[in-house]
Design a protein. Structure first.
Length: 288
């Protein structure tokens, strides 16, 4: 079974086209997006567990489903993506693309027997003004997981996955890291802190063994700009190993955090390629 471009496009079109901007300035759209994700998972046969909390007096929710492991159900491989958007943007790539990949990976994993539990989480409130605060959805989630003692062996964060180009000089990089990236923005990046190097390397190697899509892995001190800019950093701060899978977002995508981040800007064929590669790679993380 392979993920095709059309279902991915349908998810992005619903999130960014139908619902549009999704944040506490547009709380109804944020709720509609959460309902859509929940309904998709319910239709696949998952039991959806909402994690509710309040931010600025408004009820918000993360959403979780689990594909139970057959041999080591207490070992958890987590895949997550945020469904909210920055103020002023419909968020097709950031992060409708990540949610679309999350939904379709969970659809296919449903039919695969795994030794470990594969957990899927849709986070709210990743974007400012909540980024880096205790109201960030992934912080709420990771902190509660640590308090519960959840044995999350790796958290894989899907962030802005849908833009690829072969244009010369289309790829930029954070300060001090330009030597690690090619000049053309035609690759998938896997980014982690140094502590998560091993699990990130294992995932990237497994991806390469099942996909011809180009991949660049970078593990660096988390204080460097761009290294922790997503939902993986709260997992680091709560003692878990985690990494981000991304098209590098502002270092490549010209419509990042803008009103022009619309569904027509994305490359759904390549989004399908990277999503299919990740399905195989996830299975190779079992037993870490």
């Amino acid at each position: 079974m392979l993920i095709k471009p059309q279902p991915l496009k349908a998810h992005v079109s619903m999130l960014a086209g139908q619902f549009g901007e999704r944040n506490l300035h547009h709380a109804n759209a944020l709720d509609q997006a959460a309902d859509y994700i929940s309904d998709q998972w319910s239709s696949m046969g998952y039991e959806v567990y909402p994690q509710e909390y309040k931010a600025k007096g408004v009820k918000c929710r993360n959403l979780e489903v689990n594909h139970q492991g057959s041999r080591n159900p207490g070992n958890i491989i987590l895949l997550g993506a945020h469904y909210d958007t920055i103020h002023g943007s419909p968020g097709a790539n950031d992060n409708g693309s990540g949610i679309a990949a999350l939904l379709e990976i969970s659809r296919l994993i449903r039919h695969i027997k795994t030794d470990d539990t594969i957990r899927f989480v849709a986070f709210t409130n990743e974007e400012p003004p909540f980024y880096g605060t205790d109201k960030m959805g992934s912080w709420v989630y990771a902190h509660q997981a640590r308090l519960r003692g959840d044995n999350i062996r790796a958290a894989i964060i899907l962030e802005t996955l849908g833009f690829y180009t072969n244009a010369p000089a289309s790829q930029m990089a954070p300060p001090l890291l330009g030597m690690f990236f090619p000049g053309r923005g035609n690759f998938l990046a896997m980014i982690s802190n140094l502590r998560s190097y091993g699990v990130t390397r294992r995932f990237s190697q497994a991806f390469r063994s099942h996909s011809k899509f180009p991949v660049q892995q970078l593990s660096a001190p988390q204080a460097l700009p761009g290294i922790g800019w997503s939902d993986h950093s709260p997992f680091w701060l709560n003692g878990y190993k985690a990494f981000m899978v991304t098209d590098t977002a502002p270092y490549r995508y010209p419509f990042y955090h803008s009103p022009k981040d619309t569904p027509d800007r994305l490359d759904y064929g390549h989004l399908a390629d990277v999503t299919n590669g990740m399905i195989n790679a996830v299975q190779h993380l079992e037993g870490i």
